[in-house]
Design a protein around this ligand. Sequence first.
Ligand SMILES: CC(C)(COP(=O)(O)OP(=O)(O)OC[C@H]1O[C@@H](n2cnc3c(N)ncnc32)[C@H](O)[C@@H]1OP(=O)(O)O)[C@@H](O)C(=O)NCCC(=O)NCCS
Length: 188
Amino acid sequence: MTIYLTGADRNAARRFRHQVRRRAFLLASALLRFTLSEVLGRPPGRITLERRPQRRPRVVSPRWAGQVALSVTHTDRWVLVGVLPGRARLGVDLEPTDRQPAEKLAEKLPWPDASRGSKLLQRWTLVEAALKAQGRGLTGLSGLELIGGRQEAWRFESEGWRILSAPLKGLAGYPREVGAVAVACEMS
Ligand SMILES: CC(C)(COP(=O)(O)OP(=O)(O)OC[C@H]1O[C@@H](n2cnc3c(N)ncnc32)[C@H](O)[C@@H]1OP(=O)(O)O)[C@@H](O)C(=O)NCCC(=O)NCCS
């Protein structure tokens, strides 16, 4: 029998009080193990994942797998995980269209012009994906600089990282969700 969830995953999931959130965490763990086992050629239950609060997920063992970037996002209806082999880092973000960032956060988005509604939410996901790829999460918002780009993809820089973030166009058939995927490379 193939094991996609370990005792450690179940223990870690206990920190979530709400069942929907707990299940999303477990599903993300199983999806990460499934994909990592394909990429690393290891049984999914033999891969040690670290999933700490406010940190990006990472592979702890096998050690040589340290250069696989992982990212996770959830809404009430979706769980999306990303696995990217190599030295670059990955960030994914999804938001339901009935959410909006708080005004104070929206003001800190790095575009020179203000935005509202669906455009604001798309920008928000582009930034969240970028900050997840960089690894700082929301605490990195004030240090994120917009370098250029247009609707298809945007370029950011932050604390020695060059980040490319693009809207998830594949979600076009799912009008209740907006998303983005970002890849960060360390500047040499
Ligand atoms: C935690 C944060 C990275 C993203 O939170 P979020 O958008 O609410 O939630 P998501 O489902 O998209 O992402 C959560 C996942 O991000 C990952 N994550 C957490 N901190 C991270 C970090 N510093 N770097 C990269 N990934 C991180 C974790 O895998 C987490 O999943 P887990 O808790 O099940 O382990 C952070 O940026 C945050 O708190 N954002 C505020 C959310 C907000 O105000 N949203 C407004 C809605 S429009």
